[in-house]
Design a protein around this ligand. Structure first.
Ligand SMILES: *[C@@H]1O[C@H](CO)[C@@H](O)[C@H](O)[C@H]1NC(C)=O
Ligand SMILES: *[C@@H]1O[C@H](CO)[C@@H](O)[C@H](O)[C@H]1NC(C)=O
Ligand SMILES: *[C@@H]1O[C@H](CO)[C@@H](O)[C@H](O)[C@H]1NC(C)=O
Ligand SMILES: *[C@@H]1O[C@H](CO)[C@@H](O)[C@H](O)[C@H]1NC(C)=O
Length: 470
């Protein structure tokens, strides 16, 4: 029955509503959680329905509900009105039915609780998910900035995804405003990509086993795309701060229909709003231009990155006229990209290419597109519609840190049994002494009850936030 319904809706999608959003992607696993909220439902400005975390997902007790004191003053989304605060590891568990598929995880942070709480900027914590260390010693940057949204794509092989928030030793407090978990479309992460180095370009395999952290997502030549207009509720920013100087490129906009094809980029890989704008270099005379479109992305040194470049020829007058070279960090990554060839000679049909690079000592990643020796005069000689930059996990399963998830979990336990061990020893001594005394008095062996009550260290945080105990 379900298959029939699926088939019918797919048929409707293909033949009846090709242009509408009726057939938007619906993830198999789809959890939207408004942390610290007691309400059953909260609708965010993009019309997405988030549930509270009181009755489901959160399996730790002894966490705090944080409520923003003067919410209206700061933010536009009700998601940031509440948060979950914790002084010890807090676990969220999500049942997963779409196993073996990468899942998107988004964590929202916006510390705007009370005016007296400037300490939210001091708190520091770690986040671990199914063996990956997502965030280590994470602090929310100071200032009145917008909410911080950290996005990851991680493989999930088992029936559950467990996300654990662990306060760091120095701060002993952490918080989270909202969590999104959704299964990614099958084609979001391809298993192969081209590894680009100064010496070589070669295929690397097995990428779907990796975790990815989104670092930059740019709608080149176009406006900002908000989650409302994206098939996977992503945000794509404008290219202004990435573009290098005046490079002779121009922006183009296309009003027609984007021709998604089987085997090419799907609407989930990049939405219409990304593919219908671009930046191009074109030749208007008998020679090809002597310039590149160059974008520079700030990244951390010593990490591995995946760069996804989105192309959709919305500017040529006919197919078979667009050829260009693609460079990553000055190295030729794709020579004579023949966009007509990879899109079955269809204009306005999207295509993407993934490149993996190891970032050395530069601290930035430079991506260029420019004329190749096959480029034609009086034609478009370079084009790019969108660029995404993801940081990949290292061999420790973390993103740029030389520690693993297991190390972080264990060090919290170590730090806290440090207090308990002497206590346990004292209790043992007392017990032994009392047993000895009881035996002496009564002449037989017996246990006397001792009040053993190790109280929580929660209380010292209660006045920092206008908190409500959950
Ligand atoms: C969605 O995109 C359309 C144009 O494609 C734009 O007019 C509209 O403002 C966008 N909506 C949001 C919420 O960004
Ligand atoms: C474009 O950039 C590449 C890599 O930095 C460089 O080798 C090439 O000469 C540039 N092309 C033009 C036309 O400036
Ligand atoms: C383009 O240049 C490469 C060397 O960089 C050369 O191997 C190739 O034959 C050239 N193609 C054309 C069409 O001239
Ligand atoms: C990233 O993590 C996966 C899964 O644990 C592992 O197979 C892979 O080797 C890691 N990547 C690197 C570069 O070590």
């Amino acid at each position: 029955m379900a298959t029939v319904v699926k088939f019918i809706s797919l048929t409707l999608c293909l033949y009846i509503f090709p242009l509408s959003l009726v057939c938007a992607f619906s993830p198999t696993d789809h959890y939207l959680v408004n942390c610290g909220s007691g309400a059953a439902e909260t609708v965010d400005p993009d019309h997405r329905v988030f549930t509270g975390d009181e009755s489901e997902f959160l399996i730790s007790t002894r966490t705090n509900r944080l409520v923003e004191a003067d919410f209206q003053l700061y933010s536009s989304s009700p998601l940031y009105q509440t948060a979950r605060g914790f002084t010890r590891p807090a676990h969220y568990v999500f049942p997963i039915s779409d196993r073996g598929t990468p899942h998107l995880v988004r964590l929202h942070f916006h510390p705007r609780f009370t005016n007296s709480c400037c300490n939210c900027f001091e708190v520091e914590f770690h986040v671990v998910a199914n063996g990956f260390l997502l965030l280590y010693n994470f602090r929310v940057p100071r200032g009145d900035g917008p909410p911080i949204i950290k996005e990851f794509v991680i493989p999930v092989d088992f029936g559950k995804l467990e996300i654990t928030f662990i306060p760091s030793e120095s701060s002993e407090f952490g918080f989270v405003n909202a969590i999104e978990v959704l299964s990614a479309p099958k084609d979001l992460i391809a298993d192969v990509a081209q590894y680009v180095d100064s010496g070589k370009v070669e295929w690397i395999h097995g990428l779907s086993r990796n975790g990815f952290e989104t670092v930059h997502r740019v709608n080149v030549g176009g406006p900002k795309v908000t989650p409302f207009n994206d098939s996977l509720w992503r945000t794509w920013v404008t290219d202004d701060k990435y573009l290098q100087g005046r490079d002779g490129s121009e922006k183009v906009h296309f009003g027609g229909r984007i021709q998604y094809q089987m085997g090419g980029a799907s609407r989930e890989v990049g939405p219409d709003n990304v593919y219908n704008t671009a930046r191009i270099i074109k030749s208007s005379d008998d020679s090809t231009p002597k310039s590149n479109i160059t974008l520079t992305f700030e990244v951390e040194k010593g990490c591995r990155y995946m760069v996804r470049m989105h192309f959709c020829d919305i500017a040529s007058v006919s197919s078979g006229m667009i050829y260009f070279d693609v460079y990553v960090n000055g190295n030729l990554a794709y020579e004579n990209l023949d966009l007509s060839d990879v899109t079955n000679r269809l204009l306005a049909s999207p295509f993407y290419a993934d490149f993996v690079v190891d970032e050395g000592a530069l601290g930035n990643l430079v991506v260029s597109v420019g004329p190749s020796n096959m480029s034609l005069p009086h034609a478009v000689d370079g084009l790019v519609n969108g660029i995404e930059v993801w940081r990949m996990n290292n061999s420790m399963g973390s993103f740029g840190e030389e520690v693993s998830a297991e190390y972080v979990r264990a060090s919290w336990r170590r730090g806290h049994t440090g207090v308990l061990l002497p206590l346990a020893a004292a209790v043992f001594l007392l017990l032994t002494a009392s047993v000895f005394m009881v035996r002496k008095k009564n002449g037989h062996v017996g246990w006397s009850r001792l009040p053993v009550d190790v109280s929580e260290t929660n209380s010292k945080f209660d006045n920092q936030f206008s908190s409500v105990k959950a």
